[in-house]
Design a protein around this ligand. Structure first.
Ligand code: UD1
Length: 392
């Protein structure tokens, strides 16, 4: 007989959170007698194309609470989420707060929860790019340092955490949860008609996505990437769903007309989950600075040229289809030509990319139930020096 339902709050805010929460929400919903699940949306991403379409396609339950924080500087956004989330959490009083990935909503929610004495579980823990210029790297380091349970996607992530002194009992290697969504929706994505609708043919185009501040907020860097895309598009048509940040910066730097007028480049609005999977699956190659696309292309066996100097997902380079190109124009073009002519790197079957990650997380939460339900005083870190009982 279960004494209590385990009350779980999960926090999402930005696009890459949605494909990670979907399988977990679905798995938890199978056991309503064991878990109470409350979904909080911070409102970090609010446009329908960045947000609503993912909820409907991935079957994510409508958020129980919406914090509506919107955009702002890194600090403003994080602080606003903290202020609003504290109010919500004080009302809900869950046993555990689940945060996902490395976005501002992740760090903000973890910080509030831990300060209220609520346990934190981080899904996709242990990733490190070792580049502290990236806002996401700061979010990863801080969130992992605060979390009581670290659900890691790989052995490399485990070793990152262990080398930072995280006690092994906090770490559970469960695998890559985003691949649960990919496996679950691949068939449906294959039926989408977006490739034909854009007048493209399977393997006859490249997929481009771009949004990192390090690539789009600096004119010189963005101009170099635009030049590389223009050059590649002469040989291979490119489809480019443009992130709102990138739309803004392309226009501010007056680089948008050049791209729009290029015959080989189709600039479109951000697409939903099924369409991006469909576009990725049939592409000849992907050129991107996304975190998730590095992994999804590896799973799908599509060569990926990553426009970053480093990656927190090195397995995709060592065992997958990913190659780092930074923002070096010539290298981007050369790698694209290699992929067009020779097929590029081939994919790999990575450990724990098996579609059963959410089930392993739920099993682990169940194992930790008693500990999670115990009071914050009982959950004090075992490493803490306690009052000597002989003195009291
Ligand atoms: C965030 C994440 C990043 C993730 C990306 C995916 C952080 C630090 N970064 O970056 O890890 O890869 O999401 O998209 O959390 N905007 C809109 N509509 C929206 C959302 C944003 O127009 O629905 C605009 C904002 O006004 C802002 C810009 O896009 O100017 C950036 O949004 P923000 O959430 O700050 O970061 P992302 O660059 O999307």
């Amino acid at each position: 007989m279960l004494s209590d339902k385990l009350k779980i709050v999960a926090v999402v805010g930005a696009r890459p959170n949605f494909m990670k929460i979907a399988p977990l929400a679905r798995e938890l919903a199978k056991y309503p007698e064991r878990f109470e699940f409350v979904l909080v949306h911070t409102g970090q991403h609010y446009d329908s194309l960045m947000n609503d379409v993912f909820f409907s396609e991935l079957g994510i339950p409508a958020p129980d609470i919406h914090l509506g924080v919107g955009s702002g500087s890194q600090t403003q956004q994080t602080a606003r989420i903290m202020l609003e989330f504290e109010k919500a959490l004080t009302e809900i009083t869950p046993h555990v707060v689940v945060v996902l990935g490395d976005v501002n909503s992740t760090i903000a929610a973890a910080l509030v929860a831990v300060k209220l004495g609520i346990a934190v579980a981080h899904v996709e823990a242990g990733l490190r790019s070792h580049d502290r210029r990236m806002p996401e790297e700061i979010n990863r380091i801080v969130t992992d340092a605060l979390s009581d349970i670290l659900y890691t996607p790989s052995r490399l992530a485990d070793s990152n955490l262990l080398s930072e002194g995280v006690p092994p009992r906090k770490i559970s290697l469960v695998g890559n949860i985003m691949i649960d969504s990919l496996i679950g929706f691949l068939e449906q994505a294959g039926k989408r008609k977006i490739v034909e609708q854009l007048g493209l043919t399977p393997r006859g185009y490249g997929l481009v996505t771009l949004h990192r501040p390090s690539n789009v907020d600096n004119r010189e860097v963005l101009a170099g990437i635009v030049e590389a895309l223009l050059e590649i598009s002469v040989q291979l048509p490119l489809v480019f769903p443009v992130h709102p940040r990138t739309v803004k910066m392309l226009s501010e730097f007056a680089l948008d007309t050049k791209l729009e007028q290029a015959g080989g480049i189709r600039m479109i609005e951000p697409v939903g989950y099924l369409d991006i999977l469909c576009l990725m699956k049939s592409a000849r190659l992907a050129i991107s600075d996304s975190g998730g696309i590095q992994e999804e292309t590896t799973y799908l066996g599509i060569p990926c040229i990553t426009l970053r100097q480093n990656t927190e997902r090195p397995e995709t380079i060592l065992e997958g289809t990913n190659t780092l190109a930074g923002h070096d124009r010539e290298l981007i073009v050369r790698l694209a030509r290699q992929a067009i002519d020779g097929g590029g790197k081939s994919g790999g079957n990575l450990e724990f990319w098996d579609g059963a990650v959410a089930a392993r997380i739920v099993e682990d939460l169940e194992k930790r139930r008693d500990w999670l339900i115990s009071s914050p005083d009982e959950r004090v870190d075992r490493a803490a020096i306690q009052v000597d009982p002989n003195l009291t």
